[in-house]
Design a protein around this ligand. Sequence first.
Ligand SMILES: [Fe+2]
Ligand SMILES: [Fe+2]
Length: 310
Amino acid sequence: MSFSIERYKEESKKLDTTGIDWRAVTASPLSKGDLFCLHYMMDIENHVPLYLSHLLVTRACMDPILTAFLACWNYEELWHGENLGKLLNLYGIEFDAQDRIANVRANLGFQNSVSLLSTMVGSWLLKDFSAVYLTIGAINELSTLTGYAALIRKSAHPVLKDLLNRIIKDERRHYAFYFNSAKEWLAGNEKAQRVDRWMLNRFWVPVGQGVKTQEQVDALALYLFDDEQGEEDLLTLDEKIGKLPGLAGIELMSKALYTARERRRHNPEWAWRLIDNEEWAVAPPKKSPIGELTTRRTHGEAALSVLEGS
Ligand SMILES: [Fe+2]
Ligand SMILES: [Fe+2]
């Protein structure tokens, strides 16, 4: 698996959706589980700019190759979120994408600032921060594309399949960048390998956790991977990450599935109730109205201020 940053810069572009048969979205059904996963995935794709804001204050961003990658990557991820939202809207699920994104972010509240500051400080204290960040990047991209492939298999929805297969191609390139960069950093650097393994075993969480609750993460994991094929996919994923120097035998995604199963064993309603009850709406934050954070006002307020101003 090779990766050329020069080629990536030249070829990076908005997701090509030419020829997707959007009119056929309603012709095939999506299950509650499919819809739950799609909302989760859309929210996490749309969360990339905030994730990026955490990275841009770290020592990893002294590297111009990394920042060039991030500039293109962020743009590509934008279109993943946009198109997943489009598919859901066309399927008949009504929400305003901008409001939803703003609500997801606002609901993080103070936690977001704490996380940003601790990432920044951690990166400057830890010389091998980049090794950890790059490895996490590789796991996130690989688990994202593995999740999309699982959703294609579960849903058997032709339009969703077409869209996700196009997104998967982008995710593969992202994975190749992170994996190769992590490998470069870790090769022959035993200290970085030890730090990386230690950090992953203690602090790594599946993609989306933090923005989503443990129960939401488990619902996604159990819906997509709690069968023979799914479990095998996650074991293969861990095996691929285990090929990075110093990470042989590491168990991350498979462990996340097993702990999700464990939580459901203690509480049989765990996770599935979110899917059964169609709990994918995002409530606005209780404390700060969105307008306070974004300067956006509701249409009613905006109309009133125009009248007042005239
Ligand atoms: Fe993506
Ligand atoms: Fe990606």
